[in-house]
Structures are given as C-alpha cells and as structure tokens.
Design a protein around this ligand. Sequence first.
Ligand SMILES: [Zn+2]
Ligand SMILES: [Zn+2]
Length: 270
Amino acid sequence: MKTLTVTLFLLLTVNTTRSIAHQQGQHSDVHYLGNEGVIASHGEIKVMFDPFFHNTFGIYQAVPERLRQAVFAQTPPYNDIDAIVISHAHEDHFSADDVLAYLAQHHDVSLIAPQQAIEQLVTDPRFQVMKDRIYPISLAFGDTPISLSVGELAIEAVRIPHAGWPSRADVENLVFRIGLTQELTVMHLGDADPDVDHYLPVKEHWQKKRTDIAFPPYWFYYNLEGNAILDEYMNIENHVGVHVPTEPPKWLLNSGKAFFSEPGTSIEIE
Ligand SMILES: [Zn+2]
Ligand SMILES: [Zn+2]
C-alpha cells in the first residue's frame, strides 16, 4: 500500500509539471529499473543508465529478477537499446559480468563508462571483440568536461566527486548530459556530492545546454544547498530523484519532490 502511494505521488507530481520536451510527435519517456537504473527514450533512441548491479547494501532498490531478465532479453520496452552509460564502478551501479554478458548478446549496443569500470572489463576475452563500441571516459578531478558523439547521441561528461567528499575522492564519478536527439537532453548524476563548490568551477558547462530532465540522487533534496545546485546552477528544467531507499525517508515523502521508487514505473515526457 505504501509503495502504491509513493507511485501515485510520483505520477501526480510529474504530471502537474509542465511539458518537458517539445517534439514532432516523437514519444519520450523515462523508465525506472532500480537504484539509479533508468532508461531514457525519445522516439527510436534509448539509453540505459546504471542498469546492472547486484549490491543494494540492504537499503536500496534492486532491479527485480523478472525485470532484469526482460532487459537482458530485450523484451519491449527494453528493445533497441542504443547505449549503456555507467556513472561509476560501485557495486550498486555496475556489474562487470552483466555488462559483458549483455554486450556479448546485443551487438548494436555501445558502452560509455569511466575508465575505472572499463578496467574491470578488459581482462575478459570477450572484450576484444566488442572494444570498437566501448567508449572509456578518463577524467581526473578538475579536468575540463569532455564531449563525444556515439551514433546519434551527443554525450558530455564531467567528473564530479562522489558523495562523502573529501573521502572517496578516488572514485571516478561522472555526471553525464546526453542529447538523445535535438529535442531531448537528459542528465544522470551518479552518486554526485551535493556541495556547490564542485559545480561553480564548471558553470559554463551547465550554461551551455539546457537539460530537460535530470536524475539526481535523492540526497540532493535533503538541504537548501543540494536543491540550489539542481534548481539554480545546473540549468535543469525538471528532475526526478533516484537512489531512494526501499523505505523512502519521511522527509523525502514530505518534500513534494518527484522521485522513483517502484521498478517498472514510467514517466511520459510530453
Ligand atoms: Zn557510489
Ligand atoms: Zn550508489
């Protein structure tokens, strides 16, 4: 019952916000898998963020096995995936075995991931035959954001420290801004730290392009600083929280913020 309430809350909240994308009859939506796993689609273009992982630390939302199998089998709506994007190589975001198995099965899918994740793949014999569609991102803390094109996708990445800064400074956490088409730009923040000092130095990067919908970890909603980063600094039109514990905290339920908590839930983007 609680879960149902949360889902309805999410849909109501999102439906009352204004239209996110404006396009010529192309269908757009965002589909939730679990933890920070989401699939964003616009027309024929589909990108999966952090879809495969096995450690929930007993707190976070796993991808239910039935859903995981449907994703692997590319059962609609999980068909025709263009790319997998990995935010960072933590076990609640990334499984090297699953990513290798998926890419070995689906030859049209590209992988964009931080170097730390790629390092877990290169020793596998399957890596050699798929390396042409693998795009490692190597960014140190403080590096200029980078841009690359992968098929139709306009990908930009910036290294933003993992939550808990300055501890875990070694984790290559990437904030991706991806133009699926000219009409829809999405952002995935991984486990970004909600400290404004990380975002100000790359102010021009945020200003360069409007993001239609972003997926911040729910801790951004906890205080004024996190909310200001999303609403004032990052040039984001709309955002939906992810990485929400299976028991969403009361403050989050009372915050009025939209967030994903039920795997299989979709948000239409009109
Ligand atoms: Zn992490
Ligand atoms: Zn995490």
